[in-house]
Design a protein around this ligand. Structure first.
Ligand code: C2E
Ligand code: MG
Ligand code: MG
Length: 736
């Protein structure tokens, strides 16, 4: 039985041309998408519309040629208006596809919907082209082939909308992209061929549009024109991409040049370090980064190299430059990791140090810088010596970058006014006290050399027997103009200007010398020396103590080191380490001014201290306040439980002495018995006490409430016989 439809054949060469055009159009679409994305908004819009015209024309021609490839037993022709009408949807579909693909972050759900719509558009395009051939009677459609066509086109569109996005996001190699384009365009083309194949022309039908567009000429003209359009579009896009790349290279090199300029503008050409602008910028950034949260502990040091200008006048600028380079290197070596050094002015450096816990750590770092600068530099055979003045400011006290810089400058000026060669901390209220402090420290620096320092000694007595238990060495300064200056006045100055280390060593040495002299005079008295916070943090404290003991041949047990409670508790772990080292020497450790700090019981237990001195403020109120009594009683119990002796300082009245004795305080110290006095007076005082006991001179009011005169007898005799103390191991430890 013969078929009711005409026999349909396909011309492979035309089909091949159709597919090639479609492939090229698709390839071009990828290029258009890249071009649109690389350009700014206006240029991108132009490329989008132009690209959509080219690509759409390619798809339009592909669809038409696939229809032209259909070979029927009768001649067919295409109605030109209908063919042209199909061009419009082709361009719209391409525009939509390009637009969707330029949106990298378009959600997948919308991408799928877009793919379905575009697939529908493609089917419509082929359908319009098919209806350009007018058959009488009209064609019928094979539903299965139509469905296959729709599915193939849909697959191509979905693959296209997803695959091209990935290509844009990850830029896979060319061959991967080509493979994808080949696959997508294969699906499109198969979809179109399937739709043409679904057309069933009734046998005996005639083509009413046979006189319209038809024949091989149509194929040639159409494919040639479209190919040219595509090639031109492609070329102009390639040219644009090249121009874009060149422009990008130019922009990049401009940016690099700008960055290099900015970098150079923030660095000092002489030393290669940050310059003032760079440093200030970095400092502002540090504060900005900290934001509202409490800024990290920052310490800013401004270091002025003193005397460099005079050197330049003598040796010239070249020497000056070389000297500054040397110093920059030395300071870099002295820096800790993470600290920042800048060369702010010709003779000024700035240092930003992070995470220094307290003033003593800062002082140590400043001391390192001072030492680094003071070391002579050999420049062209000349030994050049300079010194430095360092101003130190810190946050959070100076709570922003500007304040930190200003305060460091103020402190640096104070250090320079003080004669240079020192560091100086910024203190608030600087202006009122600054001048006096500067004058005081200048004199203090000469005090040791001029022999103006001396020790006064204040006795400590056994509460029960009234016997001399020891003495506390208290530093005094006999100022040529001001008279006797109290340590409460000059110790803070010494701490601020970095002189406390030297003073401390002097005291240690003088105290040990005195113990030795008393021993030779027949009196053996343990002496207590106050250690400053700075000394406690000095890495060589233990060695210095050993040396002082050995130098004066004093057994360690004769030396008591008093450390204020608040200082000991400031950095507990560090204190524990130092206390252990000192305890190993065999010296006794005492917690001074107890009650003014915030001791944690657990730490107190771990400290190898032997005695605890209750602060004067508690003793003062003892006879009037039951609270003060309760506190002292509790402290005594606690100290005894921990195996510590208790010393009460500032005992001024017999009532206080009686209460303290009743509360079982071990030792008493205060004006009631004696004020701090020079060593000769102390010897006289000791002799007077003994003579009073023996009834040679009347007993003064300062005698402690001894329980029996017998008990107090022999105060002037050695209270600790040296022979009982093991002195030899100490000598062995220091290798003497
Ligand atoms: P501190 O170690 O607590 O010394 C006790 C202070 O109380 C001494 O004051 C002493 O004169 C005073 N004092 C003693 N008994 C009485 C009393 O009954 N009533 C009153 N009102 N005061 C009494 P000074 O000598 O002025 O020393 C003050 C502080 O200076 C000392 O307190 C100590 O912390 C420090 N200091 C003294 N000498 C040195 C030293 O050589 N090195 C260090 N780092 N600090 C020292
Ligand atoms: Mg003391
Ligand atoms: Mg005290």
């Amino acid at each position: 039985m013969s078929s009711p439809f005409m026999d349909a054949q396909f011309q492979p060469s035309t089909q091949l041309i159709a597919w090639a055009l479609g492939l090229y159009a698709l390839f071009l679409q990828g290029t258009v998408v890249r071009c649109v994305r690389a350009n700014d908004r206006d240029a991108g819009l132009g490329w989008w519309l132009g690209g959509a015209l080219c690509v759409g024309t390619g798809f339009w021609a592909q669809s038409l040629l696939n229809l032209v490839a259909l070979q029927l037993p009768i001649r067919v022709g295409f109605v030109a208006q209908v063919v042209l009408a199909a061009w419009m949807p082709a361009v719209v579909i391409s525009a939509a596809a390009i637009w969707m693909q330029t949106r990298l972050h378009f959600p997948v759900r919308l991408r799928v919907i877009g793919g379905v719509l575009i697939a529908f558009g493609f089917c419509l395009l082929t359908f319009i082209h098919a209806s350009a051939i007018m058959f009488q009677p009209s064609v019928s459609w094979d539903v299965w082939r139509l469905m296959a066509s729709a599915l193939l086109t849909l697959g191509g569109c979905l693959l296209g909308s997803l695959a091209l996005r990935q290509s844009l996001a990850a830029e896979p190699p060319l061959w991967v992209r080509s493979l994808k384009v080949l696959g997508i365009s294969g699906l499109f083309n198969a979809g179109q061929v399937c739709m043409v194949w679904a057309m069933q022309v009734p046998a005996g039908a005639e083509c009413l549009s046979v006189d319209h567009l038809s024949g091989d000429g149509l194929v040639l003209v159409l494919s040639g024109a479209v190919l040219m359009l595509l090639v031109m579009g492609h070329l102009s896009m390639r040219l644009d991409a090249r121009a874009q790349r060149r422009q990008q290279v130019l922009v990049n090199s401009l940016k690099e040049a700008q960055a290099a300029l900015e970098e150079a503008a923030q660095h000092d050409p002489l030393t290669g370090l940050l310059n003032r602008q760079g440093f200030e910028r970095m400092l502002h950034q540090v504060f900005e980064d900290a934001g509202a949260s409490p800024a990290r502990r920052l310490c800013l040091m401004r270091l002025h190299v003193d005397g460099v200008r005079t050197l330049i006048e003598t040796y010239g600028h070249a020497h000056g430059d070389q000297l500054m380079r040397h110093l920059a290197l030395r300071l870099q070596v002295a820096l800790r990791e993470g600290d920042v050094l800048a060369h702010a002015e010709f003779d000024e450096f700035l240092v930003l140090a992070h995470g220094l816990v307290d003033e003593h750590d800062m002082a140590q770092l400043a001391q390192r810088f001072l030492t680094a600068v003071h070391e002579p530099c050999l420049v062209d055979g000349h030994e050049l010596s300079v010194s430095a003045s360092i101003g130190i400011a810190r946050s959070p006290e100076s709570f922003n970058a500007r304040l930190l810089l200003t305060h460091a400058s103020d402190a640096m000026l104070t250090a320079r006014k003080a004669g240079g060669g020192v560091y100086c901390f910024h203190r608030s209220g600087e202006d009122q006290v600054g001048v006096d402090q500067v004058a005081l420290q200048r004199d203090l620096r000469h005090a040791i050399a001029r022999d103006e320092l001396m020790l006064h000694f204040q006795p400590k007595l056994h509460a029960g027997s009234g016997a001399l238990a020891g003495v506390e060495a208290l530093l005094r300064w006999q100022h040529p103009v001001r008279g006797l200056v109290s340590p409460a006045t000059f110790i803070p100055v010494a701490e601020r200007f970095g002189l406390i280390g030297e003073l401390g060593l002097w005291v240690l040495d003088a105290a040990c010398r005195q113990v030795r002299l008393w021993h030779e005079a027949g009196v053996d008295v343990p002496v207590a020396v106050n250690l400053s916070a700075h000394q406690l943090r000095q890495p060589d404290l233990e060695r210095r103590v050993r040396e002082a003991l050995v130098r004066h041949r004093v057994p360690p047990a004769m030396l008591i080191l008093e450390i204020t409670e608040s200082v000991a508790m400031d950095d507990i772990e560090a204190s524990l380490r130092v206390f252990d080292l000192l305890d190993d020497i065999g010296v006794q450790l005492s917690i001074d001014d107890f009650g003014t700090g915030y001791s944690s019981l657990s730490y107190l237990r771990r400290l190898p201290a032997r005695q605890l001195k209750i602060d004067r403020s508690f003793i003062r109120d003892l006879d009037s306040s039951p609270d003060a009594q309760a506190i002292v009683e509790a402290v005594v119990h606690l100290a005894h439980a921990l195996g510590l002796k208790v010393v009460a300082e500032g005992v001024e009245t017999p009532e206080q002495a009686a209460i303290l004795t009743r509360l079982q305080c071990d030792e008493l110290q205060g004006y009631l018995y004696a004020r701090p006095m020079p060593e000769r007076d102390l010897l006289v005082w000791v002799l007077r006490q003994d003579m009073a006991v023996m009834g040679v001179v009347p007993e003064g009011p300062s005698r402690p409430a001894a329980e029996g005169k017998q008990a107090a007898k022999g105060t002037a005799r050695p209270i600790t016989a040296w022979s009982e103390l093991d002195y030899a191991p100490l000598l062995r430890q220091v290798g003497r």
